[in-house]
Each structure stands twice: as C-alpha cells, then as structure tokens.
Design a protein around this ligand. Structure first.
Ligand SMILES: *Cc1c(COP(=O)(O)O)cnc(C)c1O
Length: 411
C-alpha cells in the first residue's frame, strides 16, 4: 500500500492568499463597479530590462545554429556568469567569494527549501516572526517540526519576534539554535540589518556552531550606503553562512527564473560520527544529481545584468519601485498611519490604526477604498496588528490607491 509523507498533513492549508482571494472575490461580486487595486502580492509588474531581453534574443539565435547550439550546461551554472557575480556582487563589496562557491539555480524559493536536504533532522531551527512562509513550510514538509497551534506556530521551531520595539531585527537568542533564517532587506517588514547586527549573528553562529541561511533577495533595494548587501561583508561569515540571491526582484525575473546560492568552501557541519563535512560538497552532489541547470538563454539574460547597460537599467527599475514605496510611505503618513520599511525595500509595513486586527484593517481598506494589501498576521503571530503594502505596481495604481486612502479612509 502506498503511503504519503504525513508531514504535509501538518501544513496549515494555504490560508493567507486563498483567504485574501475569497474576500476580494466576494466583495467584487457584490460591488461589480468597484475598481479594486491590488497592492498585496510580492510580484514585480514592470517589463524586463532591454539588456536582458537582447541577450536572450541573441542566445535564442545561437540555439538555432548547430555550431553555437548548447545542450546540457554545467549543473552549477556557466562559469562566465558565476565569475561576473563573484566579481561584481561580492568581491567589489569586499566579500571574499569565489566563482566556484556560487551555484546558479532557477529560484531562491526552491533553493531555500531544497537546502534542508543536506542537513539532519535533529537541528534546532529559528525563524523570525513575522517571516517569509516558505522557510516554515519547507521545514514542516521535511519533518523538522511538530504540529501547528492556533496562532499558526509549529512545535519544535524557535520563533524570534520582530516588531517596532526591536526595530524589526530579532534579538540574538539566549538559547542555542543550529539553523537560523535571516532575510534582509526583510520581506514582509522592509527592515534592514546594520553591520553590527549581522556581526552579532555571525559571532553567535561561530560560538554555537550554527549556520545562518541569509536571504538577500532584496539587496538591490538598499539605498543606505552603510547597510551591508551580503552577509559575507561581515568578517567570519564564510565559516557560518549560506547566502541566497535572486534575479527576481532586481531584474524582474520572477517569470524568467534565475537565482543563485553561495556556499563557501570553508563552511562545514557535523556528520553523525562527529566529522566536519564541507557543505559545498554535499550541495554540489545534490545539485548534480537532482538538477540539470538553468537554461543557457536565461543565464545569458542574467549575465546581461552585469553589463554597464544592464546595471543602469536594473537601477532604473529598482528606483521606480522605491519611488512607489516613497509615495506609499508619504501618503499613508499623511493619512495618519504609522509606517515602517519602504526605504531600503519594496515593502511598507503599516501599523493598523487604533489597535484593530490585521484582518479588520484588510476589510476596511477593501470595503471603503477598494485597496488590497496583505494582513501582517498571515506572516506569523507577531505580525498581528500590522499590514503589508507592496510597491510592486504601476505608478498610476499606487497614486490612485494612495489618493483614495488620504481622501476617503477615516481611521
Ligand atoms: C521574492 C523572494 C525570493 C525570490 O524567489 P525566487 O524563487 O528567486 O523568485 C526569495 N526570498 C524572498 C523572501 C522573496 O520575497
């Protein structure tokens, strides 16, 4: 008799986005004339940079000629792409990362989930609360947790609350944890980590033989020159951290698919017999066995990000979303709301007014001004009383939504 992975039954049945869709659909059916503006989803809206498109078009032509045709590429990604990433994303910022330590993939979402395959099941795992739900759900699927409680917390995970009180940066735990997920600039709060904060995490990880999973998907949105873009800018990080990056949010590749994971060759963890094992070797084995690489065409598109034209075009794209975020911050502040984030990130994290719940605020925004956001409680228990507004939209939609809020929303 075939059986299933029972861990899947522990998952809270995809509650957040289906529930948002249900409420929006009900409202739309009752109010067919309402023009609803969606500032809820974390997906980009603007077209791919021209440099990336041109590189991909040329790559398609090469695939049409048997002398330049490419079959399977290297599982780890083409060297010409990894060398540019190592030089421009890491070495140029003083981060000592070699091209051989970079693995190209088709997404950070899958890498942050798949990485668990090379770790044991007895690790103590810490996540922030609120958190990007992928980190939690992939641990549930892997059997690293117990059951979920009414607040949506899984037994066995260590939740590190982040709120306005601690500047949305988790305090270093007093207990020992083995694996820690950090995401800066943060989804959903838009917060960033200073060098000192990341140094404290690296020191903690060194002292406790822990490993940090550092998700830098939004590093391109950092505007403050003192904020590190990579955890490898922090001394000692090569011994304790894996970094995840993606072309989704800087170059608009959410539908094109290209990302990268960095595993320094100096990073080890313990085998059952107590031996130190290089994680790079395990991940290389995993990828070579289960992954056949990102398409040549897409890697050519990603390489174009590192050309002079590509760099200026992605900066224009990021600046566009950051200007949206600035408008959102200003207008919500004018409306009398307390806002966080949105300066070094495409997300604005809003305190709900008068202590109302995240879902009450969701309903109020939907019903009175027809604007959709994301209830903070959907990202974790400590997100209750907050609300996420995404800057990923057209300027017109952002301006219209904000105008409705400042003129028609009474708090
Ligand atoms: C969007 C996002 C990513 C990128 O995921 P891809 O699979 O590369 O598109 C990674 N981490 C976080 C927190 C994100 O919001």
């Amino acid at each position: 008799m075939a059986t299933i992975n029972d861990n899947y039954l522990k998952l809270k049945a995809g509650y957040l986005f289906p529930e948002i869709a249900r409420r929006v659909n009900t409202f739309a059916a009752d109010n067919p004339d309402a023009s609803i503006i969606r500032l809820g989803i974390g997906d980009v809206t603007e077209p791919l940079p021209a440099a990336c498109r041109q590189a991909m078009i040329q790559a398609v032509e090469e695939m049409g000629d048997r002398t330049t045709f490419k079959g399977y590429g290297p599982e780890q990604g083409y060297t010409w792409l990894r060398e540019k990433i190592a030089a421009q994303d890491f070495q140029a910022r003083g981060a000592d990362i070699d091209a051989s330590e970079i693995f190209i993939s088709d997404g950070s979402k899958c890498d942050t989930g798949n990485i668990l395959e090379i770790f044991g099941h007895n690790n103590t795992i810490a996540v922030t609360d609120p958190v990007y739900p992928v980190y939690v759900d992939t641990n549930v699927m892997a059997g690293n947790t117990g059951a979920v409680n009414d607040q949506g917390e899984y037994a066995g995970l260590v939740y590190l609350p982040i709120s306005a009180e601690n500047n949305f940066t988790a305090e270093i735990p007093s207990q020992k944890v083995d694996l820690i997920y950090l995401c800066f600039p943060n989804n959903p709060t838009g917060a960033v980590a200073t060098k000192a904060h990341l140094q404290a995490w690296v020191d903690y990880a060194k002292a406790n033989n822990s490993i940090i999973f550092f998700d830098a998907a939004y590093e391109a949105y950092i505007t403050d020159p003192n904020i590190p873009h990579s955890i490898y800018e922090i001394p000692g990080a090569r011994e304790v951290a894996i970094e995840f990056r993606s072309f989704s949010k800087n170059a608009g590749f959410t539908g094109t698919r290209c990302a990268l994971t960095v595993i320094p060759k100096t990073l080890t963890a313990k085998a059952a017999d107590g031996a130190d094992v290089e994680l790079w070797k395990l991940w290389n084995r995993r990828q070579s066995t289960k992954f056949n690489g990102v398409s040549y065409i897409v890697q050519k598109g990603a390489e174009a990000v590192y050309s002079a034209d590509g760099q200026s075009q992605i900066q224009t794209l990021v600046n566009f979303y950051l200007e949206n975020a600035k408008i959102i911050r200003q207008q919500l502040t004018t409306a009398g709301l307390q806002v966080y984030g949105g300066v070094n990130a495409p997300y604005v994290w809003v305190k709900t007014p008068n202590g109302i719940s995240s879902w009450e605020f969701f309903d109020k925004l939907l019903q009175t001004v027809n604007v959709v956001g994301t209830p903070g409680s959907g990202f974790g228990a400590a997100g209750e009383g907050y609300f996420r507004i995404s800057a990923f939209n057209s300027r017109e939609n952002v301006e219209t939504a904000m105008e409705r809020i400042t003129t028609r929303l009474s708090l």
